[in-house]
Design a protein around this ligand. Structure first.
Ligand SMILES: *Cc1c(COP(=O)(O)O)cnc(C)c1O
Length: 363
């Protein structure tokens, strides 16, 4: 039985997976229509010539652009496509005229590869204070700090890649704006998952995770009235992928963004309730963290290799999830965890299977 009332619709739009797929935070399963849109365009390119084919789908591409910008509450001309979230960040940082040794404030959940981008460019990175062990940004403390000092920008992962902590980005943006500090939000884990209409100066993300679009499509939106003047357009483009993403977005809007978000949060709560106290695994987040992702800390004494082996064992038992190592959030943790990220068609039975498999692994 599906946990969500949207489970059946989501499931029927897709091919039957070969595994229990609990890995949307890495990449979701695309729908049959999404895959058809990609392949149809690849054939069109071969038959008519790629640039002719692109002209023929210009209306659809425009609709895809609109569907993304409505998701993030931005204007159509503020959006640039890139091939991934990381390349969106790189293009932004390359084009942005920041001072030497620019200062950036981040949350403790900051994605390791983003920190590498900052360090490569010689930025001075500082961690914002947190209110709890989950690493939620302490916005009262932030407000205080901003009165005395303003970084060149704040960068926040709405959700990071090693935990399910949902950062209070709307409040961070509000405070930063009062202090005249631009905010960049990494929405790789939240587009298609949480409400992303947040008035940050820059937001960026990717197609393949919760939106269930194709791989190889990312995007970045820069507010027109932010003081950044950058051209982020890439020279070539995966047009077929954008068309596929367009279909995924239509499906998402048809289900209803608000409803999907609510159901995914419910799935997260049910998952954490079911996995609490299973073997010696520990559910890291609080039960009601408002998202679908759950992370599990291993039994005491287990190291990275043990967790890796656990993920491999689960996969050989037909259960796909992520073994998340600390490089994903080096400011927060030294621990490897299992990340469980089901989409709308997860069933109670699948969670029970996971629980049984985890219990077995603990001994
Ligand atoms: C996946 C992820 C990225 C990188 O996305 P790519 O499209 O693979 O470049 C960045 N930040 C977070 C939080 C992620 O989860």
């Amino acid at each position: 039985m599906y946990i969500s009332e949207l489970g059946d619709l989501w499931h029927r739009a897709r091919r039957e997976p070969a595994t229990v797929h609990l890995d949307s935070a890495a990449a979701s399963r695309s729908s049959i229509e999404t895959i058809d849109a990609v392949t149809a365009h690849l054939w069109r390119e071969a038959e008519r010539g790629s640039y002719v084919a692109e002209d023929q789908v210009s209306e659809l591409l425009l609709r895809c652009r609109r569907d993304i910008t409505s998701l993030i509450g931005r204007g159509d001309d503020e959006l640039y496509f890139r091939e991934s979230a990381r390349s969106a960040l790189r293009a932004l940082l390359t084009g942005w005229q920041l001072p030497l040794s620019a200062s950036v404030w981040v949350g403790t959940n900051e994605f390791g590869p983003n920190l590498d981008e900052f360090e490569r460019r010689g930025y001075v990175v500082r961690t914002m204070p947190t209110v709890d062990t989950g690493g939620h940004i302490d916005t009262d403390a932030l407000q205080n700090m901003l009165q005395f000092e303003q970084p060149d920008f704040i960068h926040v992962c709405h959700i990071g890649a090693h935990s399910a902590t949902v950062q209070p980005v709307a409040r961070v943006v509000e405070l930063a704006r009062e202090a005249g500090v631009p905010v960049v939000v990494d929405m790789a884990q939240t587009l298609g998952h949480l409400d992303c209409v947040i008035d940050a100066d820059v937001v960026y993300g990717t197609s393949r995770k919760w939106l269930a679009g194709p791989r190889g499509v990312g995007f970045v939106a820069v507010r027109d009235d932010s003081k950044l003047s950058v051209n982020l357009q890439s020279s070539d483009a995966y047009i077929a992928g954008r068309l596929g993403l367009g279909v995924s977005l239509q499906e998402y809007h048809t289900l209803g963004a608000g409803r999907v978000q609510k159901e995914l949060a419910r799935i997260g709560r049910v998952t954490r309730e079911r996995l609490t106290g299973v073997g010696s695994w520990e559910v890291v987040e609080s039960v009601d963290e408002p998202c679908a992702t759950t992370t599990l800390a291993p039994p005491p004494g287990w190291d990275a290799t043990d967790v890796e082996a656990a993920a491999a064992r689960l996969l050989s038992n037909g259960i796909l999830l992520t073994c998340a190592h600390p490089w994903r959030a080096p400011l927060a943790t030294e621990q490897s965890v299992l990340r469980v990220s089901p989409h709308l068609d997860v069933s109670y039975g699948q969670l029970d299977n996971l629980a049984a498999a985890l219990r077995e692994l603990s001994y």
